[in-house]
Design a protein around this ligand. Sequence first.
Ligand SMILES: *Cc1c(COP(=O)(O)O)cnc(C)c1O
Length: 867
Amino acid sequence: MTSTIDPSTIGKAKSRRHIRTLTGYTAETDAAGKEKWPIGDEKVWKEGIPPVTTEVPQITKSVVHHVHTSLARQAYNLDNLGAYQATAMSTRDNLLANWNETQLHYNRKAPKRAYYLSLEFLMGRTLDNALLNLGLKQQYGDGTQKLGFNLEDLIEQERDAGLGNGGLGRLAACYLDSSASQELPVWGYGLRYKYGIFQQLISPDGSQLEAPDPWLEHDNPWELARSDVTYHIRFYGYAERLEGGRALWQGGQEVLAMAYDVMIPGYATKNTNNLRLWESKPKRGFDLQSFNAGDYERAVEASNSAEAITSVLYPNDHTTFGKELRLKQQYFWTAASLADIMRRFKNTGKDVSEFPDYVAIQLNDTHPTLAIPELMRMLVDEEELPWDKAWEIVCNTFFFTNHTVLPEALEKWPVGLMENLLPRHMQIIYDIVSVWAFLQAVEKKFPGDKDRLARMSLIEEGFPKNVRMANLACIGSRKVNGVAELHSELVRQTIMKDFVEFYGVSKFSNVTNGITPRRWLDQCNPGLSNLISETLKVPKATFLKDLYKLEGLLEHVDDPAFQKRWAAVKQSNKERLAQHIESTLGLKVNTRAMFDVQIKRLHEYKRQTMNIMGVIHRYLTLKDMTPEQRTKVNPKVVFFAGKAAPGYYIAKLTIRLIVNVARIINEDPETKDLLSLYFLPDYCVSLAEVLIPASDISQHISTAGTEASGTSNMKFCLNGGLLVGTVDGANIEIAEEVGESNVFFFGNLTPAVEDLRYQHMYHPVPIEQKCPPLARVINEVAEGRFGDGGVYEPLLNTIRQNDYYLLTEDFDSYIKALELVDQAYQDRTEWIKKSIRTSAKMGKFSSDRAIMDYAQEYWNLEQTSVG
Ligand SMILES: *Cc1c(COP(=O)(O)O)cnc(C)c1O
């Protein structure tokens, strides 16, 4: 599929554009067909290219250089933050050397490229990851030491890039790491939010407070502002239909999209891909006319509204709110990205009919679905292609990943809102509908089945009428995938059922999610990574590039010396976490206890409420025991972390309950050595990196059929933590790999859930009867044992009333599963063996495997090494 530029097209391309463009490359050749150096003296140019600094003396020089020139500071007044910035800029120089080579390589070879469109990229910190991927961590550590700084302290200075809510955004970040590491020509496209996911604070009464996340407060050394890569993006106005299905969209408002590039280094390769993030800006700065008329406020207003588009990430996970600004974000981002993709495609000189041979676009959830009508608009209105030809190109370009079957998460946009903001796109959607309905009629597959047609329509009837984004994404894409086997099956059986019957099942498949072992093993748990490397007697790159290699650990499972070292790594990670908690929160944690962790977005379907109810149950059980009985109990520390959407009242109440339960039980002299509880505020990637390696057991306890995949379950297992979980999402596939004896499963299965909900609706049974232990816990909370019980009534009522997430159905088996965990932990050697076996079988869950699935099964993409 990859090919070099066809020389016969070069003249054609040149006539349209400048030879030296930022993103395009058009080679000029001499008579012999040899490529000419584009400008100036080739030798002088080549000597001027900065070398990659791999030796300590060069590194210290480059850091000092940045201290003096980029920061205008000196040794006399350099703090950790300044030293971090200079170190980051020196590292960036190295990334850029590879990045430049990679982009030139791609432009020369003009391979098929894939683009990952995601409204969220939860990147976390960059410095540590960049140094590890470059293989320069040791050298930079030595270099900064010579300059009087400790590299680990500098790494801590960096703020997380929190441009995402949770799993979906972190998945996008892992996929970028794997694309570069697998030498695949993949770019990410997203938005450069000025404020990422809010900072979570806990108020004195235990509630969540939100503060803005000013992550760009200090210069961001990891991005390159491309003031020369801009596009005009139109909103509002009117669309006038012309002949041949075309239309002219005019008027309204135009804003400017400006590119920022973030370098994405591959691990142990030169290949360095790009993540392009768009920032919105007013088209002409101030509206001069208003300004001259003395209407200063109005002039500033226009600039405010343009800038508002990329000012803030919407903090909802798995829910939609239908705000106009959100729709603006989606169009702004997809339109800028497609314009950029089209420009890059045209630089190859190919005909637009070949677009799908050179471009694959993955839609990360329905958020970028407007890319489908936008590409239609470009092809029909601008390229003047016939409608059918344009539609064929579109349907061969896009691939759609569904991330949830929860009804509240399925995006719909009111037709009126769309008509006003994007009049031309609404026309196109209606045109797709009529062609679609026509197809239906022709197929005569399901004669007279009007309900089916109504379900499959892009427009949901009602007041207001809505555009169904998942239906649009499905019919405009070549493939639709879920993110774990069970989830993909549910997609086929529920939200896409009619489409499966229409298209056949082959359009609907599965790519199980993965995580990058670079960040989620080597970076967050260097002790374990070193131990694995020593035990397998291979360099780390061997298993970090091929995670199946961890299976080699299985032959060491029974080696007591290895078991001891394995346990020692876990213990030191627990101590590292305890130190972190002591230095950030001033709390002392018992590191001799079992560490039980649930960290993820707060959501009713994830059932943090069941976990805290379980903690209370354990507390009450301990209180009921005699001191003699208590001596037999294994001490346990329970950790929670996670953010609730600011408008999600019930989820916020759960946080409040956790915090207030912690206050009571951590102070109880009878039990505090046996059970303590921590809610760690402001969950983010960096916090995950210290929590996960310290976990003995972690909880993934969603109501069966609700968690599409989960990825933190994979992170814990890779770090030797065991799972307690429901038969849901990727838990199932993890158990298939590691063996069911190494996973603590409990709870009702997916097929039972619908019936149970029906029972709850129409034949409710009082909790006291259904689940006495849970009834007792609920009563204790209601009666004020953990502070004003009245506060929690709305939360308790979700369980007492229809109990949609089925806590009363699963609580008994949940408690039993936790008892089995306690028993298993008593036999420490057996536990360590389970831990080793679990890590050893995590090969499948590398995001390298996942991204290669996408590349081979969907995108038809080839690896291309920069060399
Ligand atoms: C991995 C990760 C998630 C996803 O966690 P789940 O438990 O799979 O929902 C969310 N947030 C952060 C910061 C993560 O690293």
